[in-house]
Design a protein around this ligand. Structure first.
Ligand code: F6P
Length: 532
């Protein structure tokens, strides 16, 4: 395929010219000019309201951005993704996380396979298993009921389920504990199992490839811990289940494939938690709630697929992001949920966005030539207000922010929710309009752009819609830049080098080191400290 570099398109050049007119325009003026700005720049879809009026855009900016999206073939790319075309070109794979949330009566055949039947077949098996564990019908090796579930996985096999479990904790089975072990640092495992009874503990080993160093290491340690305590290798059968695309490796590890929940290579790791990767979440919240979450995902998928771009939430979020990333030179996006249950949301989005759009070549393998994915970060308000907001208000950088809030709280205690939301609204107002003052140190210039994302209540449906909103935002941006948002070759080099260094750290004899002088010295220092 041959893709025109985005900066060579007339639409990009028109945006560049327009940027020169816009760069010093203040949000104060934009609001003063049009009293109905908020109304005009607010859209709603799949239960999510997006007020994007506090952005440094005019109707002309939006028209130019929307034309750019059309020109970059966003419509065709959306259709291609939902249809199952192999749009992940470097891995020659379909990208079908949207199929994970299709209703059972939908139809989708990809490469000759009835994808919907397969998806619902696995969902039904997951539901049976989740119900058995929740009801106590699934017992451990000694006949005791399972009270602790530990998901072992990393990246997409951890961040999704752990973020969603935290987000939906209010809906979870409170008589059980749920933990997520990811780091190869043994502390993660050791602290997770501290005080737990192995006879009541179930491990869900989640790994798409079932070859990931961290996950396999933790899984072996978990098996040793369990078998050591229960004194019987046969205990593995009742205390370990696997979620993977790789049945062979699962059996090699010693988990019966009857206790394996499968997914497919057309589900990218960071897009996988609505698949069987969400098994521990399903045990926590139950199959009905899990299905509600899938409905929320699907509602946003349909909104993205069918809504004209000028009212399409992921498209607008994506294009506005490009406006700052590429024209204003903003390097980051802060995601600031005003809900404690969303404390893992920005960590989740970091992988989703940065692993997807952190790319330097386009679909033809040529240098992209413009800035691609932003650095995503954030933490819940109001905590962040007392930490890093100072820099957003008065620092020298432009930091676009997404504020996410809910009209109703799940914990209605006193007036906490009014205070929380008053703070959220106040922040977007202060960031946009700032304050003049005689003393320079008091001046807050304002003109810091924000999106406000409002939903009624944090429930499974809403969470699904919010996650899909960001998935499709990332896709929109990747499409405009002309990159492959679904591979992650950049993580390979570090993995390979670590594989080489492991034996160098462990060898009894002094190894011959052929790294650079810094890496060689670090390895030697470590070996020395370990008495080698
Ligand atoms: O190293 C990156 C990555 O490949 C992610 O894309 C993926 O989510 C994670 O590792 C875990 O991979 P797996 O599910 O195969 O263990």
């Amino acid at each position: 395929m041959t893709i025109t570099p985005v900066q060579d398109t007339p639409q990009w050049q028109a945006l560049d010219a327009h940027f020169r007119e816009m760069r010093d325009v203040h949000l104060r003026d934009l609001f003063a000019r049009s009293p109905d700005r908020a109304e005009r720049f607010t859209v709603e879809g799949a239960g999510v309201i997006l007020d994007y009026s506090k952005n440094r855009v005019t109707e002309e900016t939006l028209d130019l951005l929307l034309t750019l999206a059309e020109e970059r073939g966003l419509r065709e790319r959306i259709d291609a993704m939902f249809r199952g075309d192999h749009i992940n070109v470097t891995e020659d794979r379909a990208v079908l996380h949207t199929a994970l949330r299709l209703p059972a009566d939908a139809e989708l055949k990809v490469d000759g396979e009835d994808v919907v039947a397969e998806v619902h077949g696995v969902l039904d098996r997951m539901a049976v298993f989740a119900d058995q564990v929740r009801s106590g019908d699934w017992t451990g090796h000694t006949g005791r009921r399972i009270r602790n579930v530990i998901n072992i996985g990393i990246g997409g096999s951890d961040l999704g389920p752990s973020m969603a479990y935290t987000a939906l904790r209010d809906y979870s089975e409170r008589s059980m504990t749920f933990q997520f072990v990811s780091n190869v640092d043994a502390t993660d495992f050791a602290e997770a199992v501290r005080g737990l009874d192995p006879a009541e503990t179930l491990f869900v080993i989640s790994s798409k490839t079932f070859t990931t160093l961290e996950t396999l290491t933790n899984a072996h340690t978990a098996r040793d811990w369990l078998v050591g305590a229960l004194g019987d290798e046969a205990a593995v059968a009742k205390h370990f289940v696997a979620v993977s695309t790789n049945a062979e490796k699962v059996s090699e590890f010693g988990i019966d494939t009857d206790n394996m929940f499968e997914f497919w290579d057309w589900v990218g790791g960071r897009y996988s938690y609505p698949s069987a990767i969400g098994l521990s979440l399903m045990v926590a919240i139950g199959p009905d709630r899990f299905r509600e979450m899938l409905e929320g995902f699907h509602a946003m998928d349909e909104h993205f697929r069918t809504t004209p771009f000028d009212r399409n939430l992921p498209v607008l979020l994506g294009l506005i992001g490009i406006w700052y990333d590429d024209f204003f030179g903003a390097e980051t996006v802060a995601v600031l949920p005003y809900d404690q249950y969303l404390e893992r949301f920005s960590a989740y989005l970091q992988q989703l966005d940065m692993e997807s759009d952190g790319k330097h070549v386009d679909l033809d393998g040529k240098p992209v030539g413009v800035q691609t994915g932003p650095i995503v970060w954030g933490q819940p308000g109001t905590n962040g207000q007392h930490a890093f907001y100072q820099l957003i208000h008065q620092g020298t950088k432009l930091i676009p922010c997404d504020f996410i809030g809910f009209l109703e709280t799940l914990n209605p205690l006193g007036d906490h929710h009014d205070l929380l939301m008053a703070n959220m609204f106040a922040q977007t107002e202060a960031l946009a309009f700032g304050r003049d003052a005689p003393e320079p140190y008091r001046v807050t210039k304002g003109n810091q752009p924000t999106n406000t994302i409002l939903c009624r209540r944090l429930d499974p449906r809403t969470l699904g819609a919010l996650v899909a909103l960001y998935e499709h935002k990332v896709f929109t941006q990747g499409t405009v830049w002309g990159i492959d948002s679904f591979d992650q070759w950049g993580v390979e080099l570090g993995k390979e080098l670590a594989r080489k260094i492991i034996p160098e750290l462990q060898a009894e004899e002094e190894p011959e080191l052929a790294h650079d002088s810094s890496t060689n010295a670090l390895i030697r220092r470590y070996r020395e400290a370990r008495g080698k």
